[in-house]
Design a binder for this molecule. Structure first.
Ligand code: SF4
Length: 619
């Protein structure tokens, strides 16, 4: 079978053993790999309702077939699937960096981590081999220093490593897994699960070439596409370049989802000022023609030294900038650096701070309890609270179970102020600006997420003519919301099954037809676009089954109260659905998915999409 080793590596940390196991060809045909493969393994190998931080939970890293072509643009992507300590649902996350192609060359398509090490440990995976190493030198290091230390220990700067920062070590439920110090698998606390297993890092370096149908043809095609994508994006300023436009259409959160407009602030923190003020250089992942990651260099005010590292992405600008009304790029960059090094999700971090300020303004919590007088637009609020929340210290302690835990602790009306779904804080895209995000956020298995559905991109021009999406939908249409949510979820999940960075398509303009041609050269068979998107649908269903097995259903597919209040001015003025319209969007979504009106996949649907073997997991 071209494009795969048809093999996974299973590591047991409890007894420090590992072995190779076959992956059936039929499984890879059906699921391709990545997130769908990870969900299948989690479903089959874990019991319902396990504690996410117990040794019974598993961490499954899976890649697809794109890594088999050594230079395919965007193929540094990898998926990780586990049970989330934040949401209790499936955690399906993805990162980039350079690990995935290096891991593929070790001779594997997936890695299962099980058990728990009795002391801090890291793994070094090479050609069909796994070494268990003591992590005494690494434990306590932040994600950037740990990455550098691993390269130093191995004496090889090329080696790629996944690791957790200090937040993962203390099992902060919003901890990330980091790759090479600049790419983060966030949202849902995968880093906390890794920390619970005493696993600090996984370094990989392989040298083997997996068999593919037309190696030379694929490499030549990849090179041609790379040049075109680079040409199309070389003057684009990374994700901060969307800040002004997103605020204009009302998509950015403002004042923890209570504000309507923030034009001047968006101009102050978005490009082009971002690029000039932070002395930005692009920082590409391996095989990336875009380089959306921003490397920044800044002399700090007050002669307090310099800051060199990863610049804040749009999501961070959204939750810490517009979300907190802070137009101080230096402060946002410092908080971002703190979070990146500790390995913490900046979306939730910014959201927690906004929530605390709002609770203080509503007199639900005192300055003494918070440790300061928190204010919107205030640099000190951002920096002081970031540190506390990252370390789960002081006021940060009440967030050990996420925002719902904090709201329950604060009491009163605090739960009504949260903006989350399944305990996952909303990303920096307001559903009132793109209605398709109501059903999308409500039904994303890992909780509210812009990465498992590109609805805002579709609402602003991304089309998939290969599967019938030829026109930009009306972003305020209740009737069009569910169909857009479905196609955008299937597309986004498909990218994470192939494990290719979706920015190749979304940002740089690679067409689905080009992607299919690349796949044909790798796999040696004809690709049908609808079948390709169906892989995303299978992934969505497998993840839904994991949640349903743990008792989740329609009652968990919600929308926060604030998102039913329309704005008075700005790009989404007077727009918000009623609760009845939200229910209709959800009904439409379930109908299109072939689920019942309680959000449970039907046996007929599972059979229809080739998942008949999974009917046994239905309640
Ligand atoms: S577009 Fe960004 S995330 Fe994607 S591979 Fe390139 S640098 Fe990495």
């Amino acid at each position: 079978m071209n494009g795969y080793w048809k093999k996974l590596c299973r590591v047991n940390l409890t007894d420090r053993t590992w072995k190779e196991e076959p992956i059936e060809e039929a499984t890879l045909d059906l699921l391709i790999g990545g997130t769908a493969l990870g969900a299948k393994i989690l479903l089959e190998e874990t019991a319902p309702k396990i504690d996410p931080l117990s040794p019974e939970n598993k961490l499954i890293f899976a890649i697809g077939c794109m890594q088999a072509c050594p230079n395919f643009p965007g193929n540094a992507k990898w998926s990780v699937v586990t049970k989330s300590p934040l949401t209790g649902s499936v955690a399906d996350s993805a990162g980039t960096g350079g690990w995935a192609p290096a891991f593929k060359k070790c001779g594997y398509d997936a890695l299962i981590i099980e058990g728990k090490a009795d002391k801090p440990t890291w793994l070094y995976i090479t050609d069909n081999n796994v070494e268990f190493r003591d992590a005494d030198e690494l434990w306590g290091l932040d994600s950037v220093d740990a990455s550098l230390k691993i390269k130093e220990i191995l004496g090889d700067k090329r080696v790629n490593a996944l690791n957790i920062g200090t937040a993962g070590e203390i099992m902060n439920p919003i901890a990330n897994i980091t790759c090479d110090g600049h790419s983060f698998a966030g949202r849902g606390g995968t880093g906390a699960v890794m920390g619970s297993k005493n696993l600090k890092a996984i370094a990989s370096w392989g040298t083997q070439q997996c068999e593919i149908a037309d190696l030379e043809g694929a490499k030549a095609f990849a090179k041609e596409v790379f040049v075109n994508l680079h040409e199309a994006t070389k003057d684009v300023g990374g994700t901060p370049s969307v800040m002004v436009g997103m605020e204009e259409i009302g998509d950015s959160p403002i004042r923890y989802w209570r504000g309507d407009v923030w034009h001047k602030g968006a101009e102050t923190i978005g490009t082009p000022r971002y690029t000039e003020f932070l002395n930005v250089k692009p920082m590409p992942c391996l095989n990336c023609p875009i380089g959306c990651h921003r490397h920044i260099h800044l002399d700090l005010s007050g002669g307090e030294g310099e800051l060199t590292g990863n610049g804040p992405e749009y999501e961070t600008l959204g939750t810490m900038g517009s979300g907190l009304c802070i137009d101080d790029l230096e402060a946002i960059s410092l908080a971002n650096e703190m979070a990146n090094r500790a390995g913490v999700d900046t979306i939730s971090l910014g959201s927690y701070i906004g929530f605390l300020i709002e609770c203080y303004e509503a007199t639900l919590i005192t300055a003494e309890e918070i440790g300061m007088v928190p204010k919107f637009g205030d640099r000190e609020t951002l920096l002081f609270l970031s540190e506390k929340l990252i370390k789960n210290e002081g006021i940060g302690e009440i967030f050990k179970k996420g925002i719902r835990g904090a709201a329950a602790h604060i009491g009163g009306d605090a739960p009504l102020l949260t903006v989350e779904v399944k305990n996952m804080d909303l990303p920096a895209h307001d559903p009132r600006a793109v209605f398709a995000n109501y059903p999308n956020y409500a039904t994303t298995p890992r909780g509210a997420c812009h990465e498992r559905g590109d609805t805002q991109a579709i609402a602003t021009g991304l089309v998939y003519p290969e599967v019938g999406l030829e026109e930009t939908p009306d972003r305020f249409s209740v009737d069009e919301a569910a169909p857009v949510a479905v196609v955008s979820q299937d597309g986004a999940l498909m990218f994470n099954c192939l494990t290719i960075c979706k920015f190749m398509v979304k940002f740089a303009g690679m067409t689905i037809s080009e992607l299919m041609h690349g796949l044909e050269l790798i796999l040696g068979k004809e690709i049908d676009p609808y079948e390709l998107f169906r892989v995303g649908e299978r992934s969505q269903n497998l993840q839904r089954l994991l949640n349903v097995r743990d008792g989740m259903d329609r009652k968990d597919d919600t929308a926060p109260a604030k998102l039913f209040i329309p704005a008075a001015v700005g790009g989404r003025a007077f727009q918000a659905p009623t609760h009845e319209e939200f229910d209709k969007m959800l009904d439409d979504y379930y109908d299109l998915r072939g689920w019942d009106r309680n959000g449970i996949p039907t046996a007929e649907k599972l059979e229809e999409i080739g998942l008949g073997d999974f009917v046994k997991y239905l309640p």
